[in-house]
Design a protein. Structure first.
Length: 237
């Protein structure tokens, strides 16, 4: 398999980005974008398709490489994916694959982005301080599979870093807590849900199609909207 990785590179936030196309060849039919990046970085004296030396290793993040941590999220051929889960063969045996950093977050270098806003948003929701009671098993399991990778936010037309809307990366964890809390402790969290999630979501559900964990977004939305919005609305009436 002979492919070319066309990588959007950037040495630091203060430098201009540039494209560099680097050839990669493998006989491994299950090779992924993560495999290609690892092998390219381990080579010496590499040149790109224009004959220029690949001076610096390609900066990217990884940890488990088993679709469990979400660290290797990036944009491949225009779609946010986990590099460890994006097999090269799905793009054809001889092709050019574009690889870019996530666009919704500040770029640190090459394919590394600063996704700290995701965790700052979770802190704003104060989910760690909520006292949990008995949890619906199905909802708890579904929400616990969120990797906090940011792929859902990449395709969301309503999310931008620092905005009022926190997106599905904030919604999925809160859905579990909403189910678990007794009614007497739900008011503050329901208010946060309506402000940071319900009122900002345009229901495009683009996130549903790109989630690496395959989380059932529809199920969580229906449950959480019922608990935080509609049941309380009809109770007031």
């Amino acid at each position: 398999m002979q492919i070319t990785l066309k990588i959007l590179r950037r040495e630091s936030p203060d430098t201009s980005p540039y494209w560099q196309s680097i050839p990669f060849q493998t006989e491994d039919e299950n090779a992924t974008v993560a495999t290609a990046l690892t092998n390219i970085n381990s080579g010496n004296g590499l040149t790109d398709t224009e004959g220029n030396a690949v001076r610096l290793p390609i900066q990217w993040e990884c940890s488990c490489l088993q679709k469990k941590c979400g660290a290797c999220a990036m944009v491949v051929n225009g779609c946010p994916v986990l590099a460890c889960n994006a097999q090269l063969k799905q793009f054809g045996k001889s092709s050019t694959i574009t690889v870019e950093p996530l666009r919704k977050f500040p770029v640190v270098s090459d394919l590394v982005t600063d996704r700290s806003i995701i965790f700052e948003n979770l802190k704003t929701l104060r989910l760690w301080f909520a006292q949990q009671a008995q949890t619906d098993g199905d909802i708890a399991y579904e929400s616990s599979r969120c990797l906090q990778c940011g792929c859902c936010l990449e395709v969301c037309p309503n999310f931008y870093a620092g905005g009022e809307f926190f997106g599905m990366a904030g919604f999925v964890p809160i859905s579990r807590i909403l189910t678990a809390l007794p009614e007497s402790q739900k008011q503050e969290l329901c208010q946060a849900y309506r402000k940071r999630l319900y009122e900002g979501c345009g229901k495009s559900l683009a996130c549903r199609n790109v989630c690496p964990a395959g989380i059932d977004i529809d199920k969580l939305l229906i449950n959480s909207n019922a608990v935080a919005v509609w049941k309380r609305f009809f109770r007031k009436r």
